[in-house]
Write a protein that binds this ligand. Sequence first.
Ligand code: ATP
Length: 312
Amino acid sequence: MTAAPTLPGTVTVRVPAKVNLQLKVGQRRADGYHDLATVFQAVSLHDQVSVARWDAWEVVPSGTYAAGIPTDEGNLAVRAAKLVAERCHIDESLSIRIDKDIPIAGGMAGGSADAAATLLACDQLWGLGLDRDEMASMAAELGSDVTFPLHGGTAMASGRGEQIAPVLARGTFYWVFAVSDQGLSTPAVYAECDRLRERSGERVPSPEIDAELMGALRQGDAVALGRALHNDLEPAAFSLRPELKELRDAGVDFGALGGMVSGSGPTVAFLTASHEAALDLSVSLAAADVAGDLRRAKGPVHGAHVVTGSRD
Ligand code: ATP
């Protein structure tokens, strides 16, 4: 049986998607991971995760992308809740409602965002008072992209992506995201990146964020930011999905300040000069019939935060 929409004591957390302004990928390490240097920006596409005590574990999907949400143990929100329960010796099961507005498998870290939201929601529901370090340690255990949505804003990440430092960014940036209806697997994109690099024999430098990007953020200069957008995984995403390159090129021809594949794709992110320019670009891309779903968002926005609910 599925829990009622709002069970007593429900805690709801709102959590943003991310875009990588730069994603630099180092050489594949012996453990199979890659060292990364990236700058994340949290953008105004949000999921809402609600947790409530229930007599069995369950996931209740809703929202724009409800159909793609796994409802089994593989859901990162369930893994996050179970990790908190295990660490804090709590023997209760939860109903977890996920209202999904972040595209699934789109390189916008929606699953990781839900995991981060669930950590915060469980902390509140169970009245645990977890500190920053405890949250960060659980986030890192769940996945390298789970830490950032707890912070939000604009931040630099290194290591596997879990070591986060805030970055000074002035102003608001306006984005258009062209969402594909067919996801791209993150491991497949990294494998393709390794394959392309091996074939070309290119030397892979250790990953570092460009000074131009940091300067553009400091100045709130959208034109300079557009020029500085960069993703080392883009050639791999283009190789697996050549139509993404056409889409990126079309967006830039239509006047975007910059465009690139977001994370491991297949979402293509376009930076524009203003809210109006984002609207214009969406209209042009829709008319040219080169993109699937088009979503507009602004960034930076706040990280995961409780919107309703308190401990009963
Ligand atoms: P990233 O940018 O971190 O690589 P992504 O945005 O490409 O992530 P997600 O939306 O996080 O991709 O989903 C990747 C896969 O994770 C999905 O195909 C899905 O099977 C699984 N998954 C597990 N939990 C969730 C969740 N809560 N929401 C969406 N997908 C989830």
